[in-house]
Design a protein around this ligand. Sequence first.
Ligand code: 4AD
Ligand code: MG
Length: 463
Amino acid sequence: MDYFRRTKIASILSQPDEAGEDVLVMGWVRNRRDSPNLTFLEINDGSCLGNLQIVIDEPSKFPDLENIKLGAAARIVGRLMPVPDRKHKIELHPTEIKLVGESSAEYPLQKKRHSFEYLREIAHLRPRTNTFGVMNRFRSRISYAIHKFFQDRGFYYIHSPIITATDAEGAGEQFWVTAFDLKNVPVTDGEIDFDKDFFGDQTFLTVSGQLEAEIMACALGDVYTFAPTFRAENSNTSRHVSEFWMIEPEMAFCDLDENMQLAGEFLMYLFNYALNECSDEMEFFNSRIDKRRVATLEKLAKSKFEIITYTEAVDILKKAKKKFEYPVEWGVNLQAEHERYLCEEHLKAPVMVKDYPRDVKAFYMRLNDDGKTTAAVDVLVPEIGEIIGGSQREERLDILKDQVKHFGIPEDGLWWYYDLRRYGTVPHSGFGLGFARLLMYMSGMANIRDVIPFPRTPKNVKF
Ligand code: 4AD
Ligand code: MG
């Protein structure tokens, strides 16, 4: 198939001085224009945003050309020629044109602007549009940057399990995993008999890889996960999905303040990486998605995170002139509207809020000396609100046990988690960054469904 012989369009467009060379390209037709003795094809092979223009002087010499319609796949051999005064300084004059895969007049991506809503319905074709091509290449680059940040600092990439018997966040928003025949579930004394299920226990899709990351941090020191996580919460918002990739570093011998410092450095690294190493994508987002995107990221990359406690946040919100849908009192969880007020209107900066009331956060968070708050942190950015959630973990066995009792969590599955506190326990901390929320913020995309190739949301699991 000439896979190894072909030249990628990204390499042709980035080296316009290669004019004069003969190349073989393969890709899909993005545009076709015909005049009596001249045909232009624009070919995109997915390697970059740009198309390669194919200029055909004598269309009748190429029998396959007639069937090469919008969306068709083609293999073209020819000579690269310079075009000095155009955006793409190079075009291809073919000697061979072969139809690889035909298309038809029903091709759903005709040459016009399609709404994001329409494109979600054809998620199998939307990666072929400019916007979603850029988005998917950007996802790949930022994934690489995430690995690079941690690997350069001596963190080890670990793989936490997807199927789990525990509820890491204790919020009960988990999808069940079962091999039971749902029409005939074994019941003993009115209760589902999970002993008879595949794993001999009740199992779920994980909401977080953190508990296993703690095991690994207490052996390897600094680790991180970058993996899918699942939430069965029924929230149909522009910021929630049921399946998303999370990055969760976990560090031994690290307290909350050090954890927050790392979270800040991590975000700044990623913002700078996007601006410096993905300037083509950022320029595209800036011109097509949000005109202020580059300026916003540049400003953020230079700013410092404000750090306030939850108690201070509540004071600010209670004094605010703004009317909130959810009223604020000490002890309630902060809603997106509160988070956005704090960073967009009051502090006008990204914010870290720490020391939340113990009852609004998870059981594993370290109890502060006041006995009322835990060493939790949420990192909030304008437009999105919470982008990172993290904490110092409770490393003291007796207090952890009190917490488990306080939250009414079944203890039997936690023996190994307790063991980490029995044998060589150390202060340790970590956080979770939602990858999709990060991409929304960087690209300016308003809906999380447009930064994930195949989003899973309530009542939607197509593709
Ligand atoms: O705050 P969360 O629930 O924290 C944890 O799961 C911890 N175990 C992390 C840790 O300390 N290792 O989730 C972390 C982040 C959120 O800040 C948000 O960015 C993202 O995950 N997130 C979601 N993203 C998209 N859709 C959802 N339904 C999300 N829920 C959380
Ligand atoms: Mg959270």
